[in-house]
Design a protein around this ligand. Structure first.
Ligand SMILES: CC(C)(COP(=O)(O)OP(=O)(O)OC[C@H]1O[C@@H](n2cnc3c(N)ncnc32)[C@H](O)[C@@H]1OP(=O)(O)O)[C@@H](O)C(=O)NCCC(=O)NCCS
Length: 278
C-alpha cells in the first residue's frame, strides 16, 4: 500500500487540487479554488510520486463557527483512511468551533463517524437561464456605502460574521439590495463560478423580495446560472425551474456542534455562497 504525507495547503497546490475536483466531476475552476483559499486554510495529502492525493479546506467565521469543504481523496487512494486523516487535521485546526458542512453521499458515512449530525438539506438548482417577467420590486445595485448594512444583514442571517468572504464576493462579482424605509432588508450576490455564474448568498425576510432578486438575476444573466438553496429557500424552487434553473441535486447539511452551538442558520438565509464555504 502506498504511503502519503500530510501538510498545509499552499497556493501552488491549486493546480493539483483542481485536477482532483475535475476527477470528481466537480465544476470548480482554478479561480474558484483560489477564491476559496484566499479566505481559508487547508490540508493536503501527497503521495510517494509527489502528486496530490487528497484535499480539505476549512474557513473560520469568527471564534465560534467554521465551515469545512473541498474534501476530496483521489479515486485510487480511497478507502485507506486518508479522508479520515485529512478530516482529523481540519478538525484540529477548527478547535472548539461548531463546524458546518454539506455532505455528498460519499462523504456522509465519514462525517457521521466524526460526530456530524444532519440539520437540513441544500437544493442545487442550475441551468441555462430563461428570462421571465421583470421584478415587481426592482432591486438596486449595491453601493460601497451599503456594505456595513449588508455585512450586518449577512451576519444575522448566516449566524456568524464572515466579512472577508462578503467583501471578496463584492469584488469578484455583483450584488443587489432591496431597501425599505431607508433600511436594507434583502441582498444577493452573483459571481463567476464553475460552468457560468452562481447566486449566493441570497438573504431576504420576505419571499417576494427573494423572488424579485431571482427575477433580477435571471433577467440579467445569459447562459448558465446556479444557486444552492437552503431548506429555508426551498419555496423558490418552482420559480427557479420556470427560469430554466432545474433542481439537479439535494445534499445533506450537517453540523458538529461545539462552542457555536448547533446550526446557526436563520430563516432569512435562502441560499449558500457555495456548498464548501457555507
Ligand atoms: C468522501 C471521501 C473524501 C472519503 O475519503 P476516503 O479516504 O475514501 O475515506 P476513509 O478511507 O478515510 O474512510 C473514512 C471512514 O468512512 C468510512 N466510509 C467511507 N466510505 C464509506 C461508505 N461508502 N459506507 C460506509 N462507510 C464508509 C470508512 O469505513 C472509514 O471509517 P473508519 O475511519 O472508522 O475506518 C472520498 O470518498 C471522496 O473523495 N469522494 C468524492 C468527493 C466527495 O464526495 N467528497 C465529500 C464532499 S462532502
Amino acid at each position: 500500500m502506498s504511503s502519503v504525507t500530510y501538510r498545509s495547503f499552499r497556493p501552488e497546490d491549486i493546480p493539483g487540487a483542481h485536477a482532483l475536483s475535475l476527477e470528481a466531476n466537480w465544476p470548480h475552476r482554478l479561480a474558484d479554488w483560489q477564491f476559496a483559499l484566499d479566505i481559508g486554510q487547508g490540508v493536503i495529502a501527497v503521495d510517494e510520486k509527489g502528486d496530490i492525493a487528497a484535499t480539505g479546506l476549512v474557513w473560520f467565521y469568527g471564534d465560534s463557527v467554521a465551515t469545512l469543504g473541498l474534501m476530496i481523496v483521489s479515486q485510487h487512494h480511497r478507502s485507506r483512511g486518508i479522508g479520515r486523516a485529512v478530516m482529523d487535521r481540519l478538525l484540529d485546526l477548527a478547535g472548539d468551533r461548531s463546524i458546518l458542512l454539506h455532505a455528498t453521499a460519499d462523504g456522509q458515512p465519514l462525517y457521521e463517524k466524526l460526530g456530524f449530525e444532519a440539520t437540513g438539506h441544500i437544493y442545487q438548482h442550475q441551468g441555462d437561464v430563461v428570462a421571465g417577467g421583470a421584478p415587481t420590486t426592482a432591486p438596486r445595485a449595491l453601493q460601497t456605502a451599503d456594505l456595513p448594512a449588508v455585512l450586518a444583514l449577512d451576519t444575522s442571517s448566516f449566524g456568524a460574521a464572515r466579512a472577508a468572504l462578503i467583501r471578496n464576493l463584492a469584488k469578484a462579482g455583483e450584488a443587489v439590495v432591496i431597501e425599505e424605509n431607508s433600511e436594507i432588508v434583502a441582498a444577493s450576490f452573483r459571481r463567476p463560478f464553475g460552468h457560468g455564474a452562481s447566486i449566493g448568498p441570497l438573504i431576504a425576510h420576505d419571499l417576494r423580495h427573494a423572488e424579485a432578486m431571482i427575477d433580477h438575476w435571471t433577467q440579467n444573466t445569459q447562459g448558465f446560472l446556479r444557486i444552492d438553496l437552503t431548506s429555508h429557500g426551498e419555496a423558490l424552487g418552482e420559480r427557479l425551474a420556470e427560469r430554466g434553473m432545474l433542481r439537479v441535486s439535494k445534499v445533506l447539511r450537517m453540523v458538529k456542534p461545539n462552542r457555536g452551538g448547533g446550526d446557526p442558520l436563520k430563516k432569512s438565509c435562502l441560499s449558500l455562497v457555495a456548498q464548501a464555504l457555507g
